[in-house]
Design a binder for this molecule. Structure first.
Ligand SMILES: [Fe+2]
Length: 381
């Protein structure tokens, strides 16, 4: 028997899934759910953009040897924490679909969002979640001390260049220590985010419990955001494929339990994933049911051929029923050769996720879809 991952959901805060959930909303055309989601995205988009511009100023200050403006970074961390606590799903969607030219700045904000969401899922006190946010925002600040020609190099690093690049966690920890105002846990996030659970990471190559919990949390968030973002030398994996790749490193590069918690915090089908339902309809995952990851909510946007609907609508995929929890395991979902493979444990239910699909296969721009929802809402209201 496979070991089923048990989770204690008793103290998870209410999130936007509850906000969007209506009783018995299996019937399509749920404009209210769509409106709520659109409003959440509108509110959080402004915050995301503003925070991104402040973070880019702060990181640029480090580059020109100016001191970190601790007040500014705390304001950003607090604002991100507030937004992630209130609008978890909308913030996670934004971290996936917003496109920016500068990878480092966007990556810093995204890692903060992901670590905050993980801290929230683990029900950490607000103070700790803030420390996670601050450390997430600054985890790569040491890169500002790496020469531009290496940092922005297209293609593979030479051995010598990689040796310099590998110093950025130490530079980062030094920068944060210098200011003497950062919590030790935030500093460890900068220092240890490239360490590996089973050893062989950098800068020290230490293993297991020698790596702080916050450091290991940052490591998962860092790699997840990196492999699911378009970079000069790497095309982004879709969020589900990204998680699948991370899964192969569970217990190796990543602490096994922290990896599992991470999956619960962002969803088995992470927000922003494009999926095809059993009935052929195509949609985007817009809300995670953290009580049972098999049952997300989907914004249906196109028919089985990829023809876009004028008015998208939200459906509950297999409305949550607690007695079905535990009928699946991460192994059965992530490992292709498992007999239990499949996204739909109960064939009697209506909407089921059949597979995760590549947006480019159907010529669908997920970012464009979200940006246009506001316009659609205005047209119908
Ligand atoms: Fe890094």
């Amino acid at each position: 028997m496979k070991k089923v991952i048990k989770q204690d959901n008793s103290n998870i805060r209410k999130d936007s899934y509850d906000l969007l959930t209506k009783e018995n909303d299996e019937a399509p055309n749920n404009p209210e759910g769509l409106k709520l989601l659109t409003e959440e995205i509108e509110i959080t988009k402004a915050t995301y953009d503003e925070n991104l511009s402040i973070v880019s100023d702060i990181l640029n200050d480090i580059k020109i040897e100016k001191k970190i403006d601790i007040e500014k970074i705390q304001i950003v961390a607090k604002s991100l924490v507030n937004n992630v606590l209130k609008h978890t799903d909308a913030m996670l969607i934004l971290s996936r679909v917003r496109k920016f030219d500068d990878y480092t700045f966007k990556h810093s904000v995204n890692v903060a969002i992901l670590t905050i969401a993980l801290g929230k899922y683990l029900n950490y006190p607000d103070k700790e979640v803030e420390i996670l946010g601050t450390g997430g925002l600054l985890h790569d600040c040491g890169k500002m001390k790496v020469p531009n020609e290496i940092l922005n190099k297209e293609g593979r690093f030479s051995e010598a260049e990689f040796e310099i690049m590998k110093k950025h966690p130490i530079y980062g920890a030094e920068i944060l220590e210098e200011s003497a105002q950062f919590d030790q846990k935030s500093i460890l996030m900068a220092l240890q985010h490239h360490e590996k659970y089973s050893g062989g990471g950098y800068p020290t190559g230490c293993t297991g419990s020698k790596i702080s919990t916050f450091g290991m949390m940052t490591a998962v968030a860092d790699v997840y955001d990196a492999i699911t973002s378009d970079r000069v030398y790497n095309k982004a994996l879709n969020p589900f494929e990204g998680l699948k790749k991370l899964y192969t490193e569970k217990g190796h590069q990543f602490h096994p339990t922290i990896f599992e918690h991470f999956v619960y915090s962002i969803g088995l089908f992470p927000l922003g994933s494009l999926v095809q339902l059993k009935n052929g309809l195509i949609g985007i995952i817009v809300s995670v049911n953290r009580n049972n990851l098999m049952y997300p909510r989907v914004l249906v946007i196109a028919n089985e051929t990829g023809k876009m609907f004028f008015m998208p609508y939200i459906v509950n995929v297999n409305p949550p029923r607690s007695e079905e929890s535990g009928k699946w395991t991460m192994e059965s979902i992530f490992e292709d050769n498992k007999e239990t493979k499949g996204f739909a444990p109960d064939e009697k239910q209506g909407y089921k996720v059949d597979k995760v699909i590549e947006p480019s296969e159907y010529n669908i721009d997920v970012d464009f879809q979200f940006n246009n929802m506001q316009k659609l809402i205005q047209q119908i209201s």
